[in-house]
Design a protein around this ligand. Structure first.
Ligand code: ADP
Ligand code: MG
Length: 381
């Protein structure tokens, strides 16, 4: 990748690791240095495509196969004791997925230092965030619901569904990406953030899907709150003030005692989306049920009449291709975090209001990639 990632010339490498047995530094023999993973130097870095909350993502070429891939560097900053659990989770969950609407993790490769670990993924030409800013996109929500239905069936909650985490291949397939916050249900979930709902269910993703549906229809974020309280007020303005009748567990939510919610009795979805068909209205309302138990599931959304009306969902093969705005655009700022902010507020996660950093323009040759082969196993040390 770069000078620091060149393969070490010496046969052993000082790791900074100390043996529990002897108290002496451990040196790792060359043959064990990369474990079963390939060395990242086998990839030629082409350009940086995105930097989100946890990692930098590069477009790169696998020099062995000539294939263009995405390389996501795992962030390790605060880690003293090896891999961060979030990174491990991301790898394990992605590895367990095999679906056309979930981004394919092909392999994990390593750099020279123990801290440099990269996820090799199929490269997707666009993310929906940059695309939305630039042009009308045809009907593609069903693909998001298909991906979510798959994840939820596997009891995986993504927890960070937002337009910048929805990628689009130039074959027109939507891929849900960025499993940095994803969790498996059933694992004992320690409360993720104090003061908030003790458990999070698949309903969190469905709320986010509602926000995305709204964003696709409006061509701007539906509820672009800049702070938690502003976010809550926007939700209340749109959907009315929640109460124990429509959401039985509402008044027991731990954070509720810290807020006095304003009183607004009306659901204004119809006003906000005046031209949306009745079945579209029903779908949005169903996705925005305050009570997560009553909220639409992904399977239910796929059965919605809305997707049987014109314009019909677009077959991925019939999707137009788009110019690669992503590599030609400057920072997106607040817009990007809008849907995630909503999800996070409802889910009780801290809201990340920092704009996502993007790369300055670089000429990018067009690459045609189909859905990549799915790997059965990712080899790890
Ligand atoms: P983070 O956890 O840092 O948000 P993401 O996995 O969302 O990491 O990646 C950040 C950005 O990098 C995405 O919003 C997207 O623009 C780009 N990106 C991520 N994965 C891919 C990929 N497989 N192909 C192309 N671009 C990608
Ligand atoms: Mg992301």
């Amino acid at each position: 990748m770069n000078e620091r990632e060149e393969k070490p010339s010496s046969s052993t490498k000082k790791t900074g690791l100390v043996s529990f047995l002897t108290g002496k530094p451990i040196e790792i023999p060359e043959e064990h240095l990369f474990g079963k993973c390939r060395f990242v130097g086998e990839f030629e870095k082409l350009n940086r495509v995105g930097e989100g909350t946890y990692g930098v993502v590069y477009r790169a070429r696998d020099t062995k196969t000539n294939e263009v891939v995405a390389l996501k560097k795992m962030r390790m900053e605060k880690e003293k004791d090896g891999m961060p659990i979030s990174g491990l989770r991301e790898i394990m969950l992605l590895q367990s997925c095999n679906h056309p609407n979930i981004v394919c993790l092909k392999e994990v490769v390593v750099g020279r230092s123990l801290e440099s670990i990269f996820l090799v993924m199929e490269y997707c030409e666009q993310d929906l965030a940059s695309l939305l800013d630039n042009m009308q996109i045809p009907f593609m929500e069903t693909q998001v619901f298909k991906g979510l239905a798959y994840l939820h069936l596997k009891e995986i909650v993504h927890r960070d569904v937002k337009v910048s985490n929805l990628l689009l291949t130039n074959m027109g397939t939507i891929k849900i990406a960025d499993f940095g916050l994803a969790r498996e249900l059933g694992y004992p979930m320690s409360p993720m953030t104090p003061q908030v709902a003790k458990t999070q269910t698949t309903g969190v993703d469905m709320w986010a899907a509602g926000c995305i549906l709204g964003e696709l229809l409006l061509h701007k974020p539906l509820l672009p709150g800049k702070s938690e309280i502003e976010q809550i007020n926007l939700i209340i303005n749109l959907l009315g003030t929640p109460n124990d009748t429509i959401w039985p567990e509402f008044s027991q939510l731990p954070a509720i005692e810290n807020f006095t919610l304003k009183s607004q009795p009306y659901n204004n979805l119809k006003t906000k989306f005046p031209v949306l068909s009745p079945s579209g209205q029903r779908l949005l309302n169903f996705l925005f049920m305050y009570d997560p138990k009553r909220r639409a599931t992904a399977e239910e959304c796929l059965k919605s009449l809305y997707f049987k009306e014109n314009p019909l969902p677009c077959d991925p093969r019939m999707m137009p291709t788009f110019p690669q705005h992503r590599n030609l655009k400057q920072p997106l700022g607040m817009q990007q975090s809008a849907t995630s902010a909503i999800t996070q507020v409802l889910a009780g996660q801290p809201v990340n209001l920092y704009p996502q950093e993007r790369q300055p323009p670089e000429p990018v040759p067009s690459t045609k990639l189909g859905i990549s082969e799915l790997l059965n196993s990712i080899q790890r040390r």
